[in-house]
Design a protein around this ligand. Sequence first.
Ligand SMILES: NC(=O)c1ccc[n+]([C@@H]2O[C@H](COP(=O)([O-])OP(=O)(O)OC[C@H]3O[C@@H](n4cnc5c(N)ncnc54)[C@H](OP(=O)(O)O)[C@@H]3O)[C@@H](O)[C@H]2O)c1
Length: 279
Amino acid sequence: MSPKFMDGKAFAKQLRSEIKKQVKDFSKPVGLGTILVGDDPGSIAYVEGKHRDCAEVGIKSIRINLPVTASTDEVIAAVGKLNTDPLCTGFIVQLPLPNSIDVQKVLASINPKKDADGLTPSNLGNLVLGFNTITPCTPLAIVALLEEYKVSLAGQKVLIIGRGRTVGRPLSILLSQKPYNATVILAHSATTNLAQQLQDADIVISAIGIAHFIKPEMIKKHAIVVDVGISRLNNQLVGDVDPRVIDVASLFAPMPGGIGPMTRVMLLRNLIKLAQNEK
Ligand SMILES: NC(=O)c1ccc[n+]([C@@H]2O[C@H](COP(=O)([O-])OP(=O)(O)OC[C@H]3O[C@@H](n4cnc5c(N)ncnc54)[C@H](OP(=O)(O)O)[C@@H]3O)[C@@H](O)[C@H]2O)c1
């Protein structure tokens, strides 16, 4: 990779080998549970990837698969099972859930002490208050990769595009706090001056899911760009950022190969933290 690319895949591999050693040190097994509703190929692939990572580092896998017709109560019943399963250190409900399911209710039913994704109201509330908590994996992934590449966030104008619950919104809270101290702009579909915001930003992080939405001419010269979004273009998975951005940016975390593998490794880190809290 060119030195201008942030190589999340390689860094995640290194972190997994560190986690493998940590897992060996626990007196009891560490287990990750997943609840998958429906048969969306993307969601199946993400869940399988998480279990592959677990197998690599010695974490046990517990899988609950429900049909697309499952009701909110049935998903909450599955959450209840994992909440009380002594072999499950922590678990995730794979998002997005089918539209018929009340995602707020499902997330609120997760025991915060087993919330490996950091998406319960209690853990997100702790994040807002700046307390030590389980933080959502993708924001953690972005921070870890930027730190690995010695990017200083303090005082920098960081433009986050997308205010979704798993990426943009928690990331905006995290980066605006100490010790990161970034000046954060959180843009969304009702933002009217995005072109100007893009020209002003020192760091651009895009999490919207629109193929190649950001073009090289839209960003400031030498800006740092992190591509989080995933969408399909001509039957291929692509990011929000046109890869030609590398010609203008000083550093670029591409999709694929940037934040995706880092997000998966942050899930393992969250699980280690939950296991440590159990002691
Ligand atoms: N690489 C990874 O590991 C990873 C992890 C998680 C998610 N993702 C990807 O990241 C993307 C975002 O995920 P999410 O869960 O946060 O999605 P989400 O909840 O659907 O949020 C998408 C956000 O994009 C905003 N948006 C849509 N069109 C826009 C536009 N034209 N200009 C500005 N903002 C616009 C939406 O604004 P409104 O709020 O106004 O509707 C919304 O805030 C998805 O593509 C997802 O697949 C990747």
